[in-house]
Ligand binder design. Structure first.
Ligand code: NAP
Length: 489
């Protein structure tokens, strides 16, 4: 690691503006090599409780600051992040594995939420309503919800944090954040820069821990916490919703997906192929919005499969720190095992791997009993709904191609899942574009493009992909309460 500013690499928890050690520590490893990068403070429930109490105290004065003051501090934080983009990207690639260029992109994407919500915080408005009696005046105030708990996954170690902390900060809230065990270093680096930007003590607290259940349990049970914002698997999200029910918390849940990507006969292949490639293979297929099931219409199936195969053959698998690498390792050996099992199941049910289909001969020197974390970018043709890849989130670089005949048939197949996060389709007939966009039962429909994420559009799912929206002008509502004031005059 060659950081221009080595002091960005922190390994203690960040509570009340201080770096706090814990009795125990846990190792953070590089998924490409198995090398230990840092030993990080292993916080327990008592430390989380302390952080919550600190946040509750700090939040009161933060809420009294003007929105402009909060915006100016956030702007400084944004600038510091962008000035340190290269270092933050290195830390991210080392702990998570995505190629350095992609990591740099995530830093800018993550920072965009801080920039955006600094502005949005200044545009929080209430309402004055027409009264029902002459001697009454009716108003609606929007106020910060208070202390929120945030739990985030490893696949976007930077952006999943800023997407929660930025609206919380702008709204006048204080947060206790538990990053994923595999990727705490990006979160701690963000905290260091928030500190330098002048974010007051207690407004952002980072609890690093190997005991997610203990920290999550405290965040959900503690009555001082008024909101839980979670990004991760549907399974854990369900549990957190149940645990939050006891104290009736507001929740935002950004959960799993099973994105369909549909290529109709009238699609422009010169667009559909590179966009499908980007949607499927970015982050080695480890995003909640990666195309999971690719449905291709009969008339264009063979051409699409051949063109996509050509592009996949050009991808370079390897350590994300190496120049020219376009696809990195999976996060750990368990993730690789799940992907390999999904592929084996598909092959056993009649699919054909036209490229890839197996573990890569890379990372053999991982040591410490670690298997490789690299899986070859794979295309499976002749996929069918009987296969696991139809029902499950693959979370790896595997593109199963399903053949379909009619629009009705494919809309039915696309919606045949408990998930409803992102969906994609490629078509040029405008009537079809409207029809299909309206019929897809998803929070996000991406038409003729494979990349839609930004700070401006509302991100979130329906069905078991979650509740609430992040980013956009709607995202700040998750951190605000509505208060009705009835004034007798
Ligand atoms: P995960 O296992 O659900 O973990 C996510 C976070 O929850 C981690 O911080 C994890 O901590 C924590 N956690 C695990 N068990 C917990 C418990 N019992 N109580 C409290 N917290 C607990 O998910 P993942 O494997 O990291 O991430 C992949 C999943 O996230 C996929 O399903 C993906 O689709 C989803 N995701 C969704 C979005 C979205 O915006 N909708 C974005 C990105 C990812 P540890 O790391 O310590 O286990």
């Amino acid at each position: 690691m060659q950081l221009a500013d080595a002091s960005l690499l922190k390994s203690d928890a960040y509570i009340d503006g201080q770096w706090v050690a814990a009795e125990k520590r846990f190792a953070v490893t590089n998924p490409a090599t198995g090398a230990v990068i840092a030993e990080v403070a292993d916080a327990d429930a008592a430390m989380a409780r302390h952080a919550i109490e600190v946040a509750a105290k700090a939040q009161k004065s933060w809420a009294r600051e003007t929105a402009k003051t909060r915006a100016m501090i956030m702007r400084d934080w944004f600038n510091l992040i962008m000035q340190n983009q290269d270092d933050l990207a290195q830390i991210l690639t080392l702990e998570m594995g995505k190629p350095l260029a992609e990591a740099k992109g995530e830093i800018a994407y993550g920072a965009s939420f801080i920039d955006w919500f600094a502005e949005e915080g200044r545009r929080i408005t209430g309402d004055i309503l027409m009264p029902h009696q002459h001697d009454k005046r009716l108003m609606v105030l929007k106020q910060p919800i208070g202390v929120y708990g945030a739990i985030t996954p490893w696949n976007f170690p930077n952006a999943m944090i800023t997407r929660k902390v930025a609206p919380g900060m702008a709204a006048g809230c204080a947060g206790v954040v538990k990053p994923a065990q595999q990727t705490p270093l990006s979160a701690l680096a963000l905290a260091e820069l928030a500190h330098r930007a002048g974010v007051p003590a207690g407004i952002v607290n980072i609890i690093t821990s190997s005991d997610a259940a203990a920290i999550g349990g405290e965040l959900c049970a503690n009555a001082l916490v008024r909101k839980i914002s979670f990004t991760g698997s549907t399974e854990v999200g369900r549990r957190l919703m149940q645990q939050s029910a006891e104290t009736v918390k507001k929740v935002s849940m950004e959960l799993g997906g099973n994105a369909p990507l549909i290529v109709f006969d009238d699609a422009d292949l010169s667009v559909a192929v590179p966009e499908a490639l980007a949607s499927k293979f970015r982050n080695a297929g480890q995003t909640c919005v990666c195309a999971n099931r690719i449905f291709v219409q009969d008339g264009i199936y063979d051409d699409f499969a051949a063109a996509l195969t050509e592009e996949v053959k050009k991808m370079r698998l390897g350590d994300g720190m190496e120049a020219g690498v376009t696809i990195g390792p999976l996060i750990d050996a368990a993730a690789l095992e799940k992907v390999a099992e999904c592929v084996e199941d598909a092959l056993a049910h009649g699919a054909e791997a036209v490229v890839g289909g197996k573990r890569a001969d890379l990372g053999a020197d991982l040591g410490a009993g670690l298997e490789t974390t690299f899986f070859e970018p794979t295309i499976l043709t002749d996929a069918t709904p009987k296969m696991r890849v139809f029902r499950e989130e693959i979370f790896g670089p595997v593109a199963p191609l399903f053949r379909f005949k009619s629009e009705d048939e494919v809309v039915g197949l696309a919606n045949d899942t408990i998930f409803g996060l992102a969906s994609y389709f490629f078509a040029r007939d405008m009537a079809r574009v409207w029809r299909v966009a309206e019929q897809l039962d998803y929070g996000i429909v991406s038409v003729n493009t494979g990349i839609f994420s930004n700070e401006i559009g509302p991100f979130g799912g329906v069905k078991q992909s979650g509740v609430g929206r992040e980013g956009s002008r709607y995202g700040i509502d998750e951190y605000l309460e509505m208060k009705y004031v009835c004034l007798g005059v």
